[in-house]
Design a protein around this ligand. Structure first.
Ligand SMILES: [Zn+2]
Ligand SMILES: [Zn+2]
Length: 134
């Protein structure tokens, strides 16, 4: 194994850990800020490349939420997202929701579907969209 490859997999490991330890759905920029604290020489391009690689390897998920930048997700089970129209926060929707959409569709179409990617907009729990009692 050459030094180059070893360094590359170390960077990938750092990027993976940053996603796993971040709050929920970081952008490449946010992951970069975390990784940079441990490895000041890393570039945003390297972080981005590793994020895409990790997504291809199935270690993390890359989310296409229709917002301007890609978000990455450490949760690998199929689940949808709510984007808060007030603060832009991304919240996880229950996995059971995606699972029931999948089974409804499969029943109706009499064949499987590949992916259920579900994005809704509304208010996050913080902004009053949850079942918080006031
Ligand atoms: Zn909000
Ligand atoms: Zn998520």
């Amino acid at each position: 194994m050459t030094e180059g490859i070893r360094r590359k997999s170390k960077q990938r490991q750092l990027v993976l850990e940053a996603v796993k330890h971040s709050c929920c759905h970081p952008t490449a920029e946010e992951v970069f800020q975390i990784v940079r604290q441990k490895n000041p020489n890393i570039s945003l391009g390297t972080v981005y490349r590793n994020l895409n690689l990790l997504a291809e390897l199935g270690e993390i998920q890359k989310l296409s939420l229709g917002v301007e930048c890609d978000h990455f997700d450490k949760m690998l089970l199929e689940h949808g997202h709510l984007i808060c129209k007030n603060c832009g926060a991304i919240e996880d929707l229950p996995c059971t929701l995606s699972a029931s959409i999948r089974s409804l569709l499969e029943e109706e179409r009499k064949q499987g579907v590949d992916t259920v990617s579900l994005t809704v907009t509304g208010l996050c729990k913080q902004c009053g969209g949850g079942h918080t009692e006031y």
